[in-house]
Design a protein around this ligand. Structure first.
Ligand code: ADP
Ligand code: ZN
Length: 436
């Protein structure tokens, strides 16, 4: 490429070039899916044949694929190639029922690395950068997914893996790390330990770019993390079923994540009626993979709620932008008949500069009444011995939360660093309610 901004030619495609490629790839994918017993049967029972899918307008004829389908066909039932052609398997935790399995061919892995490299290049990473990955390696795709992407770009990579925060900080310093990948809750943890160790990231470290993703976080949380670590932080979206990280990523404009439409066809549907919603309205993200061999998924219901940001992006890419994830449909809390997303609570909390970024929502039953307690850490900069000031602050937070979620929670301010941290994605909600 001659244009420094782009890693791949497809990033600079016009809308019509992109759609022509999508159409060609959709047809090829549907044809290829007929090697999968699962999709053959799906098409047969829907009275569809592969020839019925000729253009993007025909996509809606294809039945949705769900997480339950992945569970029902565990482990290899959706594959479209013989197992001998696959070179890697990733599996999700499977807390409810069968785990799910995603297979990759060598080509899939190469295309995945390319997508991640493209994302990192987009936010200014170059071969002379030093990239440190604080994700768990193993089944969690944030480890190997970023590893191979960063290598493809040509950076010096440090596969530090999760945990051992003191060692992470030592690596930052000794290896002059410039780019870090961390989930947002861990980025906050890194700062906490820097404070304890007397490390000033601006003075003592070379960090410039942070990639944060894998869990929902608000715009205010991002700004705070940027401020704490002295970096630019870019939102990264991915999921194992689609490959892992590299599905959608913010550009330097930091306004929505470009979803790579040469890899995926995007739909946003109403989660109840399953009809498409207009651009700009929130609904469930549905993705069709059009650049995968081992296990393409057609119209996969991700359960993630988001919207397409209308309008063009000044960066020159026409790949549409997804807004921050609102959460998964199954993250929704129903308390006293009111629907609440944890991110709504986070948005309110992060408006208070006296608070740090860690919080925990507990739902419990007292005297047969369901209620919510929100514990939130106070910022390390706030003095905690002024009791009346803290009480006033608790009251003010309670009032703002009530305005947002229409329920009055009990708010408890707790010391900086006191909420237990989990090794992987942050646990924000504990549901201890009595089950009737
Ligand atoms: P698991 O399903 O076990 O969490 P994944 O790593 O596949 O494993 O997680 C993918 C999910 O993580 C997505 O479906 C979405 O809910 C969430 N996620 C990923 N990236 C982001 C992001 N940038 N913002 C919010 N949520 C995200
Ligand atoms: Zn852009």
């Amino acid at each position: 490429m001659t244009d420094e901004r782009f890693f791949n030619a497809e990033e600079a495609y016009s809308r019509s070039e992109l759609e022509a490629l999508q159409q060609e790839r959709l047809r090829a994918t549907v044809k290829h899916c007929m090697n999968s017993p699962f999709y053959r049967e799906r098409f047969r029972s829907a009275g569809l044949s592969q020839g019925d899918i000729r253009s993007l307008d025909d996509l809606h004829k294809i039945p949705f694929t769900t997480k339950q389908d992945l569970r029902d066909t565990y482990p290899f039932g959706i594959a479209s190639v013989p197992l001998g052609d696959c070179t890697r398997l990733h599996s999700s935790s499977g807390t409810t029922g069968n785990p799910t399995v995603i297979l990759h061919t060598a080509r899939d892995l190469d295309q995945w690395a390319n997508a991640v490299a493209r994302c990192l290049w987009m936010v200014g990473c170059r071969p002379d950068d030093v990239f440190q990955n604080t994700s768990g390696y193993g089944m969690f795709t944030g480890g190997l997914g970023f590893q191979y992407g960063a290598e493809k770009l040509g950076m010096l990579t440090i596969p530090a893996a999760a945990g051992n925060t003191l060692r992470q900080l030592k690596f930052f310093k000794d290896f002059r790390t410039t780019v870090v990948h961390a989930i947002p809750s861990y980025a906050a943890r890194l700062y906490e330990v820097m404070c304890q160790q007397g490390i000033d990231p601006r003075r003592d470290l070379s960090l410039r770019t942070l990639v944060i993703g894998a869990e929902p976080h608000s715009e205010d949380t991002r700004r705070r993390i940027e401020d704490m670590l002295g970096v630019k932080a870019y939102n990264s979206f991915g999921m194992s079923e689609m490959m892992g990280p590299g599905v959608a990523f913010e550009c330097p404009g930091q306004n929505g994540m470009h979803i790579w439409e040469d890899y995926f066809i995007v739909e946003i549907v109403d989660p109840v009626t399953l009809e498409p919603v207009p651009d700009g309205e929130v609904g469930e993200l549905v993705l069709t993979t059009i650049n995968r061999e081992a296990m393409p998924l057609l119209r996969y219901r991700t359960r993630d709620l988001t919207r397409i940001l209308p309008g063009e992006c000044p960066c020159g890419r026409v790949h549409r932008r997804l807004d921050r994830m609102k959460g998964r449909s199954d993250d929704m809390i129903i308390l006293k008949g009111v629907n609440i997303f944890p991110i709504q609570i986070e948005q309110v909390l992060m408006q208070f500069s006296e608070l740090a970024t860690d919080y925990l929502i507990t739902l419990q039953t007292l005297d047969d009444n369901d209620g919510m307690t929100v514990e939130v850490e106070i910022s390390e900069k706030v003095l905690t011995d002024d009791y009346s000031a803290l009480q006033k602050l608790e009251k003010e937070i309670t009032r703002c939360l009530r305005d947002e979620i229409l329920i009055t929670p009990k708010v408890r301010l707790v010391p900086f660093g006191s909420i237990p941290k989990s090794e992987g994605k942050a646990v924000r909600v504990k549901d201890l309610r009595k089950q009737y």
